[in-house]
Ligand binder design. Structure first.
Ligand SMILES: Nc1ncnc2c1ncn2[C@@H]1O[C@H](COP(=O)(O)OP(=O)(O)OP(=O)(O)O)[C@@H](O)[C@H]1O
Length: 261
């Protein structure tokens, strides 16, 4: 019996000026998977995330979430349908506490008045929201830093906080754009643990990431883009030795990294 994929892209194409950023990209992500999109700089990975999360509308092709066509729907509608994303560059609010950053994430979905909420005018909702924020901080190992200004957190902790904020909308599908970018191996290991916990909660994760060791360790399947086109798709053990992928992306160094993941 086949189940409906949680995410299905069919024939996605988009060009900026004369540059084809994505050409006829198709893939399906099954519920509960950790699915990674990899490829060299400029391959179209972030553009793909921008299309899935409603920032861009593709010039052709369709996006389906759990069987429903959502192509071009705005990010807030997609959030209400259970999609959330984190960004490549840290987008946390440095002066707000860790807990407030998570609560803001939640209220972006509920589209309440965030300012009123943070001023404590939310009553019971506010307490429930704080309790949920504390659960998410525990998930990322920051329960002891709830009242620390986000700007004072170490880099790896701030990257995890961004993931917690994306989770605050209680998504069924989470897009993570380079969650380990700039992290050292210890911080990357902590991010990996968080992603595994998220997947264990039943949230499907789609990941764009350059750290091949992490990608090879954590992914159920990998989709490889090159110049906006699909180069390969498969399980980590197939991708790390795929001749076209080694040639275009992994190269000798990357293949060695991937092999030792
Ligand atoms: N808004 C835009 N306007 C013009 N060109 C764009 C725009 N967004 C992306 N591009 C171009 O589309 C191509 C794909 O870019 P994209 O950022 O999606 O690649 P990427 O795979 O995410 O790269 P990286 O690994 O460096 O983040 C690049 O050539 C980029 O310059």
């Amino acid at each position: 019996m086949s189940t409906v994929p949680i995410l299905e892209l069919d024939g996605i194409s988009i060009a900026f000026g004369g540059l084809k950023a994505l050409s006829n990209v198709c893939f399906r992500v099954e519920k509960g998977e950790i699915f990674s999109v990899i490829g060299p700089n400029g391959a179209g990975k972030t553009t793909l995330f921008n299309i899935v999360s409603g920032v861009y509308r593709p010039q052709s092709g369709s996006v389906k979430l759990a069987g429903t066509t959502v192509t071009g729907e705005p990010p807030n509608r997609l959030a209400a349908r259970g999609l959330s994303r984190s960004f490549q560059n840290l987008q946390i609010f440095a002066r707000m506490s860790a807990a407030e950053n998570v609560m803001v994430g939640r209220h972006l979905k509920e589209s309440r008045n965030v300012a009123a909420h943070l001023l404590g005018l939310g009553g019971r909702d506010n307490r429930a929201s704080r309790a949920r924020a504390m659960e998410l901080l525990a998930l990322i190992g920051l329960e002891g830093e709830a009242d620390t200004p986000a700007g004072a957190l170490p880099y790896g902790a701030a990257k995890r906080l961004e993931i917690a904020r994306a989770l605050a909308t209680e998504p069924s599908l989470l897009l993570l754009d380079e969650p380990a970018a700039g992290c050292n191996p210890v911080e990357t290991g902590e991010i990996e643990e968080v992603i595994r916990r998220i997947a264990a909660m039943g949230v499907t994760v789609v990941l764009v990431e350059h750290d091949m060791k992490l990608v090879m360790r954590i992914s159920d399947r990998i989709h490889v883009l090159n110049y906006g086109e699909t180069l390969a798709e498969g399980r980590p053990q197939d991708i790390r030795t795929h001749p076209k992928v080694v040639e275009a992306y992994l190269g000798r160094h990357g293949a060695r990294e991937a092999a030792h993941a």
